[in-house]
Design a protein around this ligand. Sequence first.
Ligand code: FES
Length: 483
Amino acid sequence: MELLTLSRAARLAGVTRGVLQKMVRDGELASFEGRVRIDALVRAFPDAALEDNAELARVSRIKERAFARRVYERALPDKEVLAARLGALSLELAEARARAARFQALLGGLRQRLEGQALGAWLQLELEAGMAANEDERRVLAQDGVMRVMAPHVKLVPDGQEFFVEGADTVLDAALHAGLGMAYGCSAGNCGECKARVVAGSVRQVRHHDYRLSEAEKAQGFALLCCCTALTDLVLEAKVARFAGDIPLQSITAHVRRMDRLSAEVMQLELLTPRTNRLRFLAGQSARIELGGAVATWPIASCPCEERRLQFHLHRLPGNVQSDYAFDRLRVGEAVQVSGPVGDFVLREDGARPLVFIAWGWQGFAPVKSVIEHALAQEAAESIDLCWIGACAADHYYPKLCRSWAEAIDNFRYTPLIAGAGLHGEVTQTVRGALAAALRELHPLAQRDVYVAGDRAQVAASRAYLEEQGLPPAQLVSWDAHG
Ligand code: FES
């Protein structure tokens, strides 16, 4: 019986991996060693299997809209890559046919020997039942074949992350689109930092590289991920940053790409890093930026899946040199010095628990946005709850984005709350009151991972309240504006 990886099964069914993981955990979907049987998938999602790729396309479109960001270039692979992928698939098919022919011959011989016996009659019945075509299963298998050509699946060892290589992407680009903290440097075939070993499957070089792999490395199957694409599903041995300390401090010169006013007081500054010198960071981390001669640390509001684009949500602070410069004099195209990353407000990748995000005021939303976008790119969260608690309505400076997440993604809930002026004064009672309202439907907290971001007093009061309510300290990740 054909088995599918959870990621592939989720794509075929048009749901996220987190949803399938929950179904497996709840016993609603049978799995074998982390894989799903096609017949079980068809039983669980009879409609999705009958709609060809329409469901998958719908989910992709919704996600792109919900992210309110660049639409992925879903270019077709070039014709040579397409031909090579079809060639690899045909080879697999030929091997499967040869194996099937051998089994058929074996069964034929067995049937002859058992003719006239009860065991022979049983075998005949079972064979006929097995041969009876199941239309839905055949359709899923056919879709799986198309998907393998259009978007081969990659699994990383030893950590187990998974992603798809869409269209014409290199393996490195595809991993970055999926928000993974891959090790890399120049992205142009010069430094060798993206070197990884192909444990299973095959790759094809699609870009020239000056970096020379040694003969021993070639013999062991090493490849440069920034210069090759996947021809088949792959298993790769590759380094992936998972913790804040895994990424070295970098300093780069970026350029202002755009400046968008999200509200009267908040501007989204988007910087573009050089193609061959991007900033490596984990979603939720911060960077120091220099504007008008002043240096300040801001959370990066975008996720690493945005590749060269770094977003910051700058707040107007009258009298502050950097703020005055950013709001009054900064121009598109200007060079900006960026260094980082710093901070450890990053997604815990060890837990499969539902995620709760609590963003306080205008300060807490940017790091939360980055981690949420990363979690959405990973498709691993079973559910996401975002509570944005402001002192006044103006603190919710990006409601459109939050509402579009909630409307487009089934397991995403958004709760905006106004806590009143007390949020900036004696915060403890205000925080406790707001959290009690926000978390009313999310108990028991012990089964969730909670991410809190805001100013120092808000975060400290939240931590005390959440732990009092039974949240284990290890399941709380926090960021504060002074941290
Ligand atoms: S990132 Fe430098 S060679 Fe690939």
